[in-house]
Design a protein around this ligand. Sequence first.
Ligand code: HEM
Length: 380
Amino acid sequence: MIVVGALAMPLPDTLGYAAPVWVLQGLSYFTLSLHLLAMNFTIGACLLLIWTHFRNRAGHAGVKHFFGSSLPLGMSYVITLGVPPLLFVQVLYGQLFYSSSVLIGALWILVIPAVLIAYAAFYYHKLQREARPRYQWAVVAVATTLLLCVGYIYVNNLTLSMSPDKWLRIYEAHPGGGILHHGEPTVPSRYLLFLSGAFAAAGVALLWRGAFLFRWGYDTEANQSQKLGFRAFLLSPMLWIIAASWVYSSRPEDIKAMFVFDSTMVLLAVGVVSALVAIAFAYLSVGKRNLLFPLLSSLGIFGGMVCTVVFRDQVRLEYIKPYLDIASIPVNAQWGMLALFLMALVVALALLVVLMVKVLPKIAEGARERLEKTIAAGRT
Ligand code: HEM
């Protein structure tokens, strides 16, 4: 045990890490970036669905239908891609993450029912929206609120895991675990930072949709989808700039000093370039059937996400320096286990791709049938 502010913090596992730290970090960065991408898409899709419901301009019904069909898929990716980083955060920072999870335990456990209710609500919306159209927007709004609460609980838990000096005080005041990381100045800005990609992720999905609609000959709907997608996309860089400046200004001075290190600046520069690539190709996608531009824009978003995730971990390492140095933990590499894990990961990712390839044409087919019906109804 290490004593931090008179609070016992468990020592790292004496068996050490089962793989070199850089391997564990690399896998954690990759899978967490995918998780955050799926999470941003799902939240962005919910917000745009509700917005198009109330705005109800030309082309909005199709957009609403498209997002309504995609939400269960998006949610399944959020959950599936959340599991691998959950394993890695426990391996790398277990004694910090477990302790903070116990301290906010009552609220932490609520994540499970919240995720399940939101997932069920998305299925209810998809399957019942035609039969029971009234208040479907409210079903999606409740699910969105639950997801936003889950994200907020995650941010509270992860910032608390980086602050062992506060644990004893929090435990003494709330031994029942019914409290979050109140008073931590970085929580709201960090929350906004991780959700700022929501409009870009959902916006790029509309660019893809538009490209396919062009290919099927629905030029008007394609244009409407891409224009809305691009306008929504632009909200993300604006929110990101606000959130990043806010995060920076709310950090303690020693953490702010990190921002002038060479490697940190390189990471920031790569992130900004990725974001600019994403915006440029999103702009170029508008009005075109070309699939390459939405693909490059999506890759740009992913690049920006990876930089944010790596940066986030560097900040965490700086925060926990007085309590834990992961570089000093012994490595007892178990290459056989690692190979098995990597094989399972590759198979799981391949299955997710197969799922997408199987489900997306069905969503597209539904959209096509809907458009044909709408056009036929307009003629009669
Ligand atoms: C459904 C709604 C969800 C939302 C909105 C959400 C949002 C977030 C956010 C905002 C973060 C960053 C927190 C921070 O660094 O301050 C995060 C991290 C994380 N999420 Fe999710 N999440 C969701 C569901 C899940 C689920 C179901 C899992 C697991 C199965 C999961 C696993 C993780 C893990 C492990 C991390 C942190 C990993 C690390 O620190 O290395 N999330 N999530």
